[in-house]
Write a protein that binds this ligand. Sequence first.
Ligand code: NAD
Length: 323
Amino acid sequence: RPKALIVMQDRVFPEQFGPAELERLHTLADVGPDPSPLSELDSPAARARLADAEVLITSWGCPRLDGDRLAAAPRLQAVFHCAGTVRSLVSDELWARGIRVTTAAEENAEPVAQFTFAAIVFAGKKAPFLAQAARSHREDWAYKHRNRAQLGNVDRTIGLIGFSRIGARVAQRLLSLQVQTLVYDPFVDADRIAAAGARRVELDELLTSSDVVSVHAPQLPSTRHMLAAPQLALMRDGATLINTSRGSLVDTTALEAECSSGRLDAILDVTDPEPLPAGSILYDLPNVMITPHIAGSLGAETRLMSRRALTELARYTEGLPAE
Ligand code: NAD
């Protein structure tokens, strides 16, 4: 059994490692008598434990594995991450040493796709906004009747920006609705998108043709504000923007203008900044629904990610390649 060290925020560990996961961890690796996680790797005590570690079990809160930290881990062979992106913990030095790194991004993508599908269905019924009206004892039937023809989830066009793990899963689920799905992703070819029942288009066509636009591209310098005032202006009157990706892909000031005029609706699981300042107008608009970055794995769902890490750890101990 390889010597393992657990590196994650204290609050994350009990959420991700229930009795069944802990038992499996103990069978697969030597975590010592006290498996309590480290949340930093810079103290002398942490460095002493790092010196022995052959594998790391990591999750949210693991610091970047580079420089002195990596030098302090001469036996390190593998990192099994119990969360989605590993961007915040990997380094060139880690790759140069050929250390195996596995992620649970697939397990994290699934709940985001489920959340997005639900948001698309709700957007079609204007459900979050009518619910808001009901909360102020103003069940907005007049609104509902006036716009009735625009409601519903049949014959609508859904635009997905990014045919990512999440975007592709959303496209798959949209097959259960009678909708047309458009995808903008400059790095995925049209055949793969067509195989998922969708059509590859350029961004402008997606924006002008969609009733719902859902963002699934990653946060990169090139995607910052990819939806700014000129792009949002292309969206149809009454369309809904869904963002479960990262707040920085959308220009918040431009979105505030489009939502406060009532032209666009928005369902935002992520914002820029996150959280929004207490005075942000987006909190008060009846046509904006904000959730606090909950689309990904949450609570019990996060165990699916630790189980993925344990499966990868098992493969490592059996001498098999990562899945
Ligand atoms: P991924 O890494 O699987 O895929 C990224 C995709 O975006 C690729 O297909 C790439 O070709 C495409 N892409 C890159 N640049 C693009 C551009 N300029 N325009 C359009 N497409 C572009 O991504 P993923 O794992 O599905 O994650 C998607 C997003 O969701 C990420 O931003 C991630 O951080 C976010 N996320 C959010 C939550 C949450 O809780 N809300 C949870 C998990 C992931």
